[in-house]
Write a protein that binds this ligand. Structure first.
Ligand SMILES: [Fe+2]
Ligand SMILES: [Fe+2]
Length: 269
């Protein structure tokens, strides 16, 4: 069995700052790492963690180094794809010592396990909030799926190709949804799409696959589905996803933090 934790949208800011003047994202990422480490004895062995974008808020070198420092206590290896708040050259430089980081081009990668193939895609577009899959990235996805036909696959990228009803996020969704759907529809095997960006746990069909967006580590995009809704965040409890290949790809949603328990339901039995 393969097991993967998914962390999304940590939005690390420079030392001494709060994201948007409101959110202590560094403290939240620390709690997230502690949450995973605490889970490991109960759910392990776990193969890897993935970070689905917006590692930093402004894409600066200082923020990337802070991100790496905050992730150091994580007891499993991790890899990441960029989001719209990331800066590809700075992210590449910060992770240049990691085997999964390409030396140039989009930050796409492939990770193969006994019963699962993980594909990471770069959906960032320099200076833009919306998602974009370059011809290079689309070709990488197509050729990788072609060589893994029939296998179980998770494709991870920051920008979801679906519309969520949250207007300000939907205007920033993935522009190449149709091209992505066309490539995925040609795949003959179990395939799951997992994203970030919306900072909410949402599950929806996308073509013939399931698309899920992960909750944010530290804050959420406000659930306001009205037309013209303002662009707001809420400091809801953070969360993360945990995928495992249990028959099919099964995904658990886990709140970030330490909570009372576990208590036996019937301690006297
Ligand atoms: Fe984000
Ligand atoms: Fe984003």
């Amino acid at each position: 069995m393969t097991r993967i934790f998914q962390i999304s949208d940590p939005h690390i800011v420079p030392y001494g700052q709060l994201a948007y003047g409101q959110v202590d994202t560094a403290a939240a990422l620390t709690r997230c790492v502690e949450t995973i480490n605490q889970c490991l004895p109960d759910v392990g062995p776990v193969d890897m963690a993935i970070v689905t974008g917006d590692l930093t808020d402004f894409g600066t070198q200082e923020e990337y180094h802070r991100f790496r420092t905050l992730m150091e206590p994580l007891e499993i290896p991790y890899r990441a794809v960029p989001g719209n708040h990331d800066d590809v050259p700075n992210m590449r430089e910060c992770f240049a010592d990691q085997s999964w980081m390409p030396t140039d081009g989009p930050i796409n990668w492939l990770s193969e396990f006994a019963d699962l193939t993980m594909i990471g895609l770069d959906s960032s577009a320099e200076g833009q909030a919306h998602g974009h899959l370059t011809e290079t990235t689309l070709a990488f996805l197509k050729s990788t799926l072609d060589t893994h036909q029939g296998q179980r696959v998770i494709v991870a990228l920051h920008h979801p190709p679906i519309l969520t009803g949250i207007e300000k996020m939907d205007t920033q969704n993935l522009r190449e949804s149709r091209e992505l759907e066309s490539i995925l529809s040609g795949y003959d095997g179990e395939l799951r799409l997992t994203c970030g960006h919306v900072h909410r746990n949402i599950v929806a069909p996308f073509g013939n696959v399931i698309c899920q967006t992960a909750p944010g580590v530290s804050h959420a995009v406000n659930l306001d589905l009205r037309e013209g809704a303002p662009n707001c965040l809420t400091i809801e409890p953070g969360g993360l996803l945990f995928h495992e290949t249990r028959g099919g790809i099964m995904t658990h949603s886990i709140p970030v933090g330490q909570f009372p328990g576990p208590f036996p339901f019937y301690p006297d039995r």
